[in-house]
Design a protein around this ligand. Sequence first.
Ligand code: GYE
Length: 354
Amino acid sequence: MKKFSNVKGLFVLLFALILLLAACGSTDESGSNSDAENNETEETSDENAEQSESETTGEAGEKLVIGFSQVGAESEWRTANTKSIQNAIKDAGHELKFSDAQQKQENQIKAIRSFITQKVDAIVFSPVVETGFETVLQEAKDAGIPVFLADRAVDVEDDSLWVTFLGSDFVEEGRKAGRWLVEEMSDQEGPVNIVELQGTVGSAPAIDRKEGFEEIISGKDKFEIIKSQTGDFTRAKGKEVMEAFLKSEGENIDVLYSHNDDMAIGAIQAIEEYGLKPGEDIKIIGVDAVKGAFEAMAAGKMNVTIECNPLFGPQLVDLIERHFEGEELDKRIAVEESMYTMDQAEELLPTREY
Ligand code: GYE
């Protein structure tokens, strides 16, 4: 009898030990014990745990939960940018929480608050407009969640409210557009009447692209912006506003400067329907360098597009990981880009990734 109870005791002890070992094995590196993560770890056998760890996490070795508040789906550029960031986050083995603001600031504020409530590790944020985000960014800071600005900047006094801004130099893009025009029209007598399709009112690219362009043409008397209105970065609005420009100015218009290619493509339709030749009767300048612009240029309907590269997802994820490794990042990091004209379009079109 005694012998039996000893053996029984041994079994109980062994069983308890197995339970204990199993419990230790299901705790991941970061010490997190959320259900979702535990489930994932439980599915991974001990043998390949180490291998899948190094395959699915960044150099920091930490799987991050990243909330991404995107502007919307207003243009070809935006679609390419969304894909690039989503893929880069997933490819690096991090978890993505995605929210599309449909070009509305209030939706973005709600999304960021919800990321804070869900206690994400980091927030990626492309602000629709520049101003009005102080309060919500302060809330993220108070919660200890770092914010990475992607593509568009915010206009807030306290720059400790975000870690770094990764995006294009929109003022320089505007300057490139202006310089191209000045050069193109160097033999032309004035006046050169320009109509301008602005991006979303209050957005960084609309403000900066206008500023850079005006900086170059100002003081050169023959150039004049005779009409300027927002087309909200969409094809439909670009067409609608161009129709209105044509109605009031007609053949007076020499040049269209559009803050993005989508609005330019919409405007090209309006110009054709009006009976003028886009690219000839009216010179067309766009920004982004999306495929649609290359197609329009190859067809002789658009003259130039200034590149704004949306494919910075991998660069962004790299910055987030470096931040979590303790690296101090520059406040502003630029994406490299170029400019393309009509005569390059046919050759380059097949190589364009967006
Ligand atoms: O040029 C436009 C998009 O913020 C750079 O937003 C981006 C701009 C881009 O809708 O097409």
